[in-house]
Design a protein. Structure first.
Length: 338
């Protein structure tokens, strides 16, 4: 009798488990997918101590759903609500921010982004740059720039960061303080081509300063080359490593190691590998590999020259590209008063 009783209970248990499994599968099959594009805006970089209001939206169906947030290493608890306020730490770091939309009978939708905090102060996020002692304050926005004297000209020792045109790296306001902005040639020069020493257009530069011409660059190259003239559009072999600087961004080396680029940073020009912007500033290329700087002398009606440095070469060659579809850095110059 016990034998049959055990068999009965075994059969009943299997039947119950089978029913539960089928019921679970049926519930999974009846779960629905939310419609819409769930998202929230958050720059790739923000300042330390920054306070941001984040709003997640985009779900069309269902009309009502709950939103929860997980923010690594900042908040231990889950935050609730479509709109939240996030206070970022006072230290440099990279954090993950995830928003989750959930509703009964619907699959949960999750979107995650990473954000890095930047300390804009000297010896904060950008370390190793040698700025020197002479500064200039742009009266338009009160941004301060270190300047260096090379040959017949004074040069900005930093990339221009005026936000009246162009775009910052990754479209983050925080990055322009450290790296300046990318400008198309037409933005940089106002569409004006020029030639002659110190005779470039003002363009995006402050009053009294100009976007360097081919002759300005050649004057710069002659000094770098020990007083021997070099043509603007030459390869400038060995001169690129004379202006690159061994800098670190949030602890990471900016120019990757190369035996062909020793980073002497002669004249404290502080060349950094910021890369460029492309496709109407929708794409950013070459960070930690290349630096690009405009000349205000055009190559043709549709193209213009720029100088560039590649991390794995010692040279400082010239190339040209379209006037509107490529964003490069700008170093402003002015003649040294005799």
């Amino acid at each position: 009798m016990n034998k049959y009783l055990k068999f009965f209970w075994l059969y009943a248990t299997v039947a119950i488990l089978t029913f539960v499994s089928c019921d679970t599968e049926e519930e999974e099959e009846t779960s629905l997918s939310m419609n819409g594009s769930f998202n929230f805006d958050l720059p790739t970089y923000v300042f330390v101590n920054d306070v941001r209001t984040l709003t997640a939206s985009g779900i069309i169906i269902p009309e009502t759903y709950a939103t929860k947030w997980l923010i690594s290493d900042i908040y231990e608890d889950t935050l609730v609500g479509a709109t939240i306020t996030v206070a970022f730490p006072d230290s440099i770091g990279t954090y993950s921010v995830s928003a989750m939309a959930s509703a009964t009978d619907y699959y949960t939708v999750t979107v995650s982004k990473t954000v890095t905090t930047i300390d804009p102060n000297k010896d904060g996020s950008l370390v190793g740059v040698d700025y020197g002692d002479t500064m200039f304050t742009d009266p338009r926005d009160l941004n301060k720039y270190y300047i260096t004297k090379v040959g017949n000209l004074e040069w900005f020792a930093q990339n221009l960061a005026w936000n009246g045109a162009g775009v910052s790296y990754r479209r983050a306001d925080a990055t322009q303080i450290l790296f300046g902005r990318f400008y198309s040639w037409n933005e940089a020069t106002g569409g004006v081509s020029a030639s002659g020493l110190g005779a470039g257009p003002q363009g995006v530069c402050p009053k009294g300063w100009s976007v360097p011409t081919d002759e300005d660059w050649a004057d710069f190259g002659k000094v770098l080359n020990g007083g021997e003239a070099v043509p603007f559009n030459g390869n400038w072999k060995g001169l690129g490593e004379k202006v690159t600087v061994q800098a670190y961004f949030n602890g990471d080396i900016m120019w990757p190691y190369s035996p062909d680029n020793n980073k002497y940073n002669t004249f404290k020009w502080n060349a950094l590998p910021i890369g460029n912007s492309q496709l109407s500033n929708s794409s950013f290329k070459g960070f930690s590999e290349y630096g690009f700087w405009w000349s205000s002398t055009e190559q043709s009606d549709t193209k213009a020259y720029y100088k560039y440095i590649y991390y794995d070469q010692s040279s400082f060659p010239t190339n040209y590209t379209g006037k509107d579809d490529f964003g490069a850095s700008v170093r402003c110059v002015r003649l040294i008063k005799k």
